[in-house]
Design a protein around this ligand. Structure first.
Ligand code: PLP
Length: 390
């Protein structure tokens, strides 16, 4: 039988990082000692206390049964308590909190509950690619909103065309930002919420890197009075607690949206393994002891990496947080040319900025989620790299 894929599915290219993984494997197969800084996958092991908690939870037979899609009461309660401590915000654990199988999953599903064919979703450019997934599958349209260095990588709301805004249902944002490393200020969030309320646009702010900040703690969009009328915020245990492989995150905010997303998910999946949920509840309870050392590791790596790149002619704006360095190479090359050149001559794999969108062209993204020795070796190789060789 001839297998015909759906028209919407045909619009998908392989996920950006999958292509990079494939490239890396091919180079390794040729015997090259590749250092891959293309993806943000924390090397730091999950804290001992979290692992011990998970191990004892795995032994409990009750946890072997189906988990509730929304998440168990223990975890939703700890999430509410954490947001109160961290942002001074109270969320109703039943109506305003829902657990996700990684924040990526919730991000991909949200457009299904709000977008009709032809509705617009605003996508930051450069972007985390998953913001496009659910929009494509729900038949929505996308309008890319530039994040430019001259605006500190914040969107210029005044430049979004009125005729697009009139048809816009959803706006994905992400601060601290991947890939640029930029942070959002409370003043920006205030303007954004005002704009969204006026234009009746739902805001989906992705806070996956909210606790990897290098200056002031990253604010929540939901701290803005009235934000809960228009916004949800996505959280992830992947970076904050170095639990990327455990696949768990959560969404908080507007109860109608949180409940609708949960209702959709009830028809698709069940919640993450209860042992994992209870391990994250432990992590949240002990957040103030677990997270500062992780943050300090990333801050130190970021400082060293940026300093070294700057000294070899790279141009960059130092990140306010996150796990990435977003920089322009010392020569005038496209992102892809620069990435392939580094791969061939220095055996370093970074992510081409153009893979994140048109406004990423000219940039390269390095992830600092590898051990210090590898990062130092990367910097040594980059220092020795002669960009004028052929
Ligand atoms: C901006 C951003 N949002 C969300 C995610 C997904 O995180 P999770 O592991 O919670 O699915 C990532 C992962 O790299 C990310 O960079």
């Amino acid at each position: 039988m001839k297998i015909e894929f759906s028209e919407n599915f045909k619009l998908f290219k392989p996920f950006l990082f999958e292509e990079l993984y494939r490239k890396e494997r091919a180079e390794r197969a040729k015997g090259k000692d590749i250092i891959s800084l293309a993806v943000g996958d924390p090397d730091i092991p999950t804290a001992r206390g979290i692992v011990d908690c998970a191990v004892s939870e795995v032994r409990k037979g009750l946890n072997h049964r189906y988990p509730n899609t929304k998440g168990n009461e223990n975890l939703r309660g700890e999430i509410s308590a954490w947001h109160k401590r961290r942002h001074g915000l109270s969320f109703h654990p039943t109506d305003e909190v829902s657990i996700l199988i990684g924040s990526k999953e919730g991000i991909a599903h949200l457009p299904f509950v709000v977008m009709n064919p032809g509705d617009y979703c605003l996508i930051p450019d450069p972007t985390y690619p998953t913001y496009r997934t659910g929009v494509v599958l729900s038949g929505g349209r996308m309008h890319d909103v530039p994040l430019e260095e001259k605006n500190d990588f914040l969107p210029d709301l005044g430049k979004i065309p009125r005729k697009i805004t009139a048809k816009t249902k959803l706006f994905f944002l992400n601060y601290p930002n991947n890939p640029t490393g930029a942070g959002a200020t409370p003043a920006f969030y205030k303007d954004l919420v005002k704009w969204a309320r006026k234009n009746e646009v739902i805001l989906a702010q992705d806070a996956a890197y909210c606790d990897i900040y290098f200056g002031k703690p990253a604010p929540s969009i939901l701290e803005v009075p009235g934000a809960r009328d228009v916004a949800v915020e996505f959280y992830s245990a992947s970076k904050t607690y170095c639990m990327a492989g455990w696949r768990i995150g959560w969404v908080v905010g507007n109860s109608k949206l949180v409940c609708a997303l949960n209702q959709l998910k009830e028809n698709i999946d069940s919640g993450p393994f209860n042992a994992v949920q209870n391990a994250v509840a432990y992590a949240l309870k002990h957040h103030e002891t677990i997270v500062p050392p992780i943050r300090e590791i990333f801050r130190k790596r970021s400082d060293e990496f940026c300093g070294s790149l700057e000294s070899t002619g790279w141009k960059l704006k130092r990140p306010g947080g996150g796990c990435f360095i977003w920089a322009r190479p010392p020569v005038n090359r496209t992102s892809l040319e620069a990435v392939y050149f580094m791969l061939e001559k220095a055996h370093i794999l970074a992510a081409p900025g153009s893979g994140f969108g048109k406004f990423g062209e000219g940039f390269v993204r390095f992830s600092i989620t590898e051990p210090e020795a590898k990062l130092k070796e990367t910097l040594r190789r980059l220092k020795a790299l002669n960009w004028s060789q052929r």
